[in-house]
Design a protein. Structure first.
Length: 132
C-alpha cells in the first residue's frame, strides 16, 4: 500500500507518508504506474504495469511523488471527449476514447467521460491483448 496516509474526500487524492521516486519527468494528470524497481513512470497501454492513478502534480526525474488521484472527478479545459464513453490509455500514455484493442499490448481503462472536459476516474484492471 506504499504507506498511504490520507485520502481527501473532495479530490480523491492519495498521499504517501513516504513518497515514491520518479524514474522520468511526471506531469500533473499524467497516468502513472510503478515499475519493477519501485519507481514511478508514465503508464501506457504497452507497459506491463497497472495504472495506479493520475499524478496530482509535476515531478522531475529523480524527484519524489507524494500524491496521485485514483478515483473521482477530474476536469481539464483542453480535453474534448464524447460524454458517457470510456477513457483508455494509448501507447504514449495519453488519454483516449479508442481502446486500442487491435494495436496495443493491453487495454487499460481509467474511467468514463462525464462531459467534453471532465472524466470520472474509475481504474480497471489491465487486460492483456497482444504481444508487441
Amino acid at each position: 500500500n506504499h504507506g498511504r496516509i490520507h485520502m481527501n474526500a473532495v479530490s480523491q487524492t492519495i498521499l504517501f507518508s513516504e513518497g515514491l521516486e520518479c524514474a522520468e519527468p511526471i506531469t500533473k494528470n499524467m497516468p502513472i504506474c510503478i515499475n519493477e524497481n519501485g519507481m514511478v513512470i508514465k503508464c501506457t497501454a504497452n507497459n506491463d504495469f497497472d495504472c495506479i492513478g493520475l499524478s496530482a502534480y509535476d515531478v522531475p526525474t529523480g524527484g519524489v511523488l507524494y500524491g496521485f488521484i485514483d478515483f473521482g472527478a477530474l476536469s481539464n479545459s483542453a480535453w474534448s471527449f464524447e460524454p458517457n464513453r470510456p477513457i483508455f490509455l494509448d501507447a504514449s500514455g495519453l488519454l483516449t476514447q479508442d481502446s486500442g484493442i487491435n494495436v496495443n499490448k493491453y487495454v487499460k481503462q481509467i474511467g468514463t467521460a462525464m462531459s467534453k472536459t471532465s472524466i470520472q476516474i474509475n481504474l480497471k484492471q489491465s487486460v492483456f491483448i497482444n504481444e508487441n
